[in-house]
Design a protein around this ligand. Structure first.
Ligand SMILES: NC(=O)c1ccc[n+]([C@@H]2O[C@H](COP(=O)([O-])OP(=O)(O)OC[C@H]3O[C@@H](n4cnc5c(N)ncnc54)[C@H](O)[C@@H]3O)[C@@H](O)[C@H]2O)c1
Length: 272
């Protein structure tokens, strides 16, 4: 069997693995023979998703109740993963997203910015990636291999109106990805890789109201995004699977510190 793309019996932890994108990725991984460890804040959602995944491949999904901003909880989870699974082949940091109060409404300006909500959105999107990565990468440092995938955004490299805190946080995720890639390869083991995926626009629970009206038609913002996406549509969650698979497996063995757009061309289009 070709080992280049093999992910069978590998063990991957996913934060946000019960969300729109994380849930889809978790299903894909289990369907393709990998084991997943879901990290999340809702026991009920974790149970439901784990049951769904174990129906696909019995015993391939486990979960831990953990807030990714809580270092102590994460250390306890790391110890349990080490006991139960012995190794951790990868980590995908999907916990994040916007905080409603941190999004300016139509017509508001920077002068209306709610600083407390802005801090919260920076905390979850930046530290919610930094803390689990720092804690769980210790396992990879000890075992001498691993692949970490962070989730960036179209908002990290260009100003996208109304979402300042989210943009600042995702720009932080980009440089953290590069920094961590250097650190792991040069000081621990050059088979430990750290990359990020920058998804374009995928309709999920968080951005549904920003992009679509109640009748399902696109908002003005939704229409503008489509007009600036050469492929002329939003992404489907399953369209992240190929990039996730590639970054996790041996096929990307010389790839680290990269930020990979999966965006229907949005980031490469000037709008003209
Ligand atoms: N949907 C998109 O178009 C899009 C585009 C670019 C980037 N992203 C990013 O992709 C990731 C997933 O987005 P999604 O659309 O699936 O969102 P989602 O809201 O469906 O999933 C996010 C998950 O993170 C979890 N989470 C939040 N805070 C947490 C915490 N403190 N501890 C543990 N879990 C926590 C939530 O409970 C939820 O399950 C996010 O980082 C988001 O910013 C999404």
């Amino acid at each position: 069997m070709n080992q280049l793309f093999n992910i069978k019996d590998k063990c991957y932890a996913l934060s946000g693995g019960t969300g729109t994108l994380g849930g889809s990725i978790a299903t894909y991984l289990v369907e393709n023979g990998a084991k997943v460890i879901l990290l999340g804040r809702s026991a009920n959602k974790l149970d439901v998703k784990c049951d769904e995944l174990n129906t696909i491949n019995d015993g391939f999904a486990t979960s831990f109740l953990v807030d990714v901003l809580n270092e102590e909880e994460l250390i306890a989870v790391k110890n349990k993963i080490a006991d139960k699974h012995e190794k951790l082949d990868g980590l995908i940091n999907l916990a994040g997203g916007n905080v409603p109060g941190a999004t300016l409404t139509e017509g508001q300006t920077i002068l209306d910015l709610k600083l407390e909500d802005t801090k919260k959105v920076i905390e979850i999107n930046l530290y919610g990636t930094v803390i689990p990565t720092v804690v769980l990468s210790e396992m990879m440092a000890k075992q001498g291999h691993g692949s970490i995938i962070n989730i960036s955004s179209m908002a990290s490299k260009q100003a996208i109106s109304r979402v300042l805190g989210y943009s600042v946080a995702k720009a932080g995720v980009d440089i953290f990805t590069k920094w961590m890639a250097n650190e792991m390869a040069s000081k621990f083991n050059n088979t430990i890789r750290v990359n990020a995926i920058a998804p374009g626009f995928f309709i999920g629970n968080q951005n549904k109201r920003l992009l679509t009206d109640e009748d399902g038609s696109y908002t003005v913002r939704g229409e503008r995004i489509i007009a600036n996406t050469p492929m002329g549509r939003f992404g489907q969650a399953s369209e992240l699977n190929g990039m996730v698979h590639y970054l996790l497996c041996e096929a990307s063995s010389f790839v680290t510190g990269g930020i990979f757009e999966v965006d229907g061309g949005f980031s490469s289009f000037s709008g003209v």
